[in-house]
Design a protein around this ligand. Structure first.
Ligand code: HEM
Length: 437
């Protein structure tokens, strides 16, 4: 049923409180845009026992602009290593995010796009006209970038994908407002913990190896001399990747970016990259393949030298099929949102709040005629990479990776899907594509 014929809100209000969240989640999954449209029109701030949903563009912006009020506390139990993402407006977050932003030099992007194009084209060439576009392509390309550009070398890409997967599922889809049985919760957390343990050991070894090639300060002087004598490391001959850049950069102790923080941030690069890019790319591919008019437009743009038209089509597709329809926060203190409007709501401390970013992208305040697909909309109103203090660190890398992955596969002749994307919970599991080889 659509909101035009029946009110989802009536249904929700009539539901007993104990099962109301489950109903909301079901409606949100089955008719995301219809539900959001009704919320924006009739109840833009929906209060449930487990969480509060915020549907309008202005209110989502208001929330995400106040990291110490609407905090990332729900990330804390998932990130024992103190990664910057679980920190709000504090010294560590400010320091580490800016260091990493500098090292992920935006001047690299043309090179990164070429790398992505080469990796993607070679995977497709070897595939011989048939591929599982999830594990075999959309996740494999970013895993290769994690290895070759970020510098997480020495592991099978399957392991990198597995580690990223469990961190992503546990952090984003195993929260108090997710409908997960206690057994599933435990299984997800156990898998994440096992993955973190393996990742931690791997990162320790990686940083040690790279330290031996780049830094000698941590060795005692006689050992240092011996090492120089035997290895004669030549900085210019070192590979240029992000972990190596981190290792070659020396910070005074007062800055607080020691080898442990290097390892934590190297792990963040891995975890942030694979599942996000993979999901975005595969959902954009399916969205276009299912719409012949858009597919024709995208294929046409895919052949142009300037990728901007093609990229704009992908960004607009991701408004309809984002990796998640919301971002979540927890209030640190009482806060009255949308003050002075008739929707003004006082939110108590320790409330989980879902900023419905996909709803915000269908608010007329953000975009005119929001239900129409129009490539080339105002980039600054998209929430694809988040917003505010926690906006994605990998945004610019993602901005070349996602469209190039989509572009390379759309360039294959007679590309067709053998069914829809198969999901395992929230995450894409498989999507079989064929083309004329
Ligand atoms: C390319 C590699 C990527 C890396 C290294 C990365 C890393 C990160 C990090 C570290 C954050 C937290 C920033 C902070 O708390 O200040 C973040 C946030 C975010 N990222 Fe990424 N990311 C990547 C790709 C992507 C992609 C492809 C997408 C979406 C298609 C994405 C969507 C997001 C979103 C929505 C947030 C905001 C989360 C929030 O506000 O709670 N990321 N990313």
């Amino acid at each position: 049923m659509t909101p035009a014929t029946y009110s989802y809100l009536q249904q929700i209000d009539n539901e007993p409180e104990t099962t109301r969240l489950a109903l909301v989640r079901r409606i949100m999954a089955e008719d995301t845009l219809g539900f959001f449209s009704e919320l924006r029109a009739k109840r833009p701030i929906l209060v449930l026992a487990e969480c509060t949903l915020v549907a309008l563009y202005d209110d989502v912006i208001e929330m995400l602009n106040m990291p110490n009020v609407f905090t990332a506390a729900l990330y804390i139990p998932k990130m024992g290593n103190g990664y910057l993402m679980m920190h709000d407006d504090d010294a560590l977050h400010y320091r580490e995010k800016s260091i990493m932003q500098g090292l992920l030099n935006r001047d690299d992007l043309p090179k990164v796009r070429k790398m992505v194009a080469g990796i993607a084209a070679s995977i497709l060439k070897d595939a011989g006209g048939k591929i599982d576009a999830v594990a075999g392509y959309c996740r494999l390309v970013p895993a290769t970038i994690v290895r070759d550009y970020f510098g997480l070398i020495g592991m099978d890409r399957k392991d990198l994908m597995e580690w990223s997967h469990w961190a992503q599922v546990d952090t984003f889809y195993n929260q108090p407002f997710d409908i997960v049985t206690p057994e599933e919760r435990k299984q997800i957390t156990d898998s994440h913990n096992a993955a973190s343990e393996q990742l931690g050991k791997y990162l320790g070894a990686l940083i040690l190896t790279k330290a031996l090639a780049t830094k000698l300060e941590f060795l005692a002087e006689p050992l240092r001399k011996l090492w120089r004598l035997i290895v004669r490391p030549k900085p210019d001959a070192m590979p240029d990747d992000i972990v190596t850049r981190m290792m070659r950069t020396s910070f005074p102790a007062e800055v607080g970016f020691d080898l442990k923080r290097v390892a934590v941030n190297a792990g963040g690069l891995l975890i942030g990259t694979i599942e996000t890019t993979g999901q975005a790319a595969v959902q954009a591919i399916q969205y276009l393949l299912q719409r012949p008019d858009l597919l024709a437009m995208a294929k046409n743009a895919a052949g142009l030298d300037d990728p901007s038209q093609f990229d704009a089509i992908v960004w607009e597709a991701l408004r309809f099929v984002p990796i998640s329809p919301y971002m979540f926060r927890q209030t640190a203190s009482e806060y009255t949102i949308a003050k002075g409007t008739d929707r003004q709501t006082t939110i108590p401390p320790a409330t989980n709040v879902l900023a419905l970013t996909q709803s915000a992208m269908f608010d007329e305040k953000a975009f005119a005629d929001p239900t129409e697909f129009r490539a080339g909309r105002n980039w600054y109103h998209y929430f694809t990479f988040g917003y505010g203090a926690h906006e994605c660190l990998g945004k610019y890398v993602g901005m070349v990776m996602i469209p190039e992955i989509v572009r390379q596969i759309l360039l294959q002749p007679s590309l067709a899907a053998n069914g829809d994307i198969v999901y395992d919970g929230h995450m894409p599991k498989s999507y079989e594509l064929t083309w004329r080889n």
